[in-house]
Design a protein around this ligand. Structure first.
Ligand SMILES: C[S@@+](CC[C@H](N)C(=O)[O-])C[C@H]1O[C@@H](n2cnc3c(N)ncnc32)[C@H](O)[C@@H]1O
Length: 235
């Protein structure tokens, strides 16, 4: 199944809180979140993420940094036989996803309202069928590049927790982060870029709805780029 890789550094640099939440959203954090929160097992304990959903699921997919959760909610509604895990430390975003879950009666999402890395350190080998990291913070200053979520350490960990043939989807509208992502991912021995022609990364795939960040930034920047990688089969 591949060797264990060292745990990643769990220091989180983004924001956890934004504007004061409306009372209805605040209430969801107290009432609904406890029912759908994924409580991390102690390190070393057995952990089967497919068993989190109260019914059989075909695969488990993970969205890292789901923002306001509209993409994750869409995927969950369109793939009812898949179990979804979403990780997001931004409390206001978690509350927005909870509103989607409540409004649409979504039953196949579990939430880690925090940094994803402790979850990645606990997931067993080959546990995930798909991973999304959409418009991660670009951290444009050179001295902050080490904070970028897409890094060799993250890809090492993802290679361990992703199944053979599992898809990794990355998006960005930042030209420098795009070059960085491609450099890191193309150099990684366990991932293969699925693009064969420019439209494969310039055009939105039909099963990839826009995120809030993408919509907000549509007028500026370089335009979104959609990258799909495959976790190569283990030998
Ligand atoms: C620029 S926002 C994009 C949000 C969303 N994906 C979208 O496209 O609208 C990046 C998000 O990644 C989250 N994030 C950053 N580091 C993270 C980490 N280590 N684990 C989970 N989420 C993280 C941030 O809190 C933020 O909400």
């Amino acid at each position: 199944m591949g060797a264990q890789v060292p745990s990643s550094n769990p220091r989180f640099h983004g924001r956890r809180r934004g504007r004061r939440l409306r009372p209805g959203r605040e209430a969801l954090l107290d009432t609904l979140l406890p029912a759908v929160e994924l409580a991390l097992p102690p390190e070393g304990a057995a952990f089967d993420p497919a068993a989190l959903f109260g019914r059989p699921v075909r695969e488990v997919w993970l969205e890292i940094g789901f923002g306001n959760g509209e993409h994750l909610a869409w995927q969950a509604q369109h793939h009812g036989d898949v179990g979804f895990i979403g990780a997001e430390p931004y409390r206001n975003g978690v509350a927005r996803l909870l509103a989607h879950i409540a409004d649409s009666n979504i039953d196949n999402i579990r939430i880690v309202p925090d940094d994803v890395r402790p979850l990645l350190d606990r997931l067993p080998a080959a546990a995930l069928g798909r991973v999304f990291i959409l418009f991660p913070d670009p951290w444009p200053k050179a001295r902050h590049h080490k904070r970028r979520l897409v890094s060799q350490a993250t890809l090492d960990r993802l290679a361990y927790v992703m199944a053979d043939g599992a898809e990794l989807r990355l998006a960005t509208d930042d030209a420098d982060y795009l070059a960085w992502m491609l450099r890191v991912a193309l150099a990684h021995p366990d991932f293969e870029w699925l693009a064969r022609r420019p439209d494969d990364w310039r055009c939105r795939p039909g099963d990839w709805p826009p995120t809030r960040y993408e919509e907000k930034n549509r007028s500026g920047g370089a335009g979104p780029v959609f990258l799909r990688f495959c976790r190569k089969p283990r030998i």
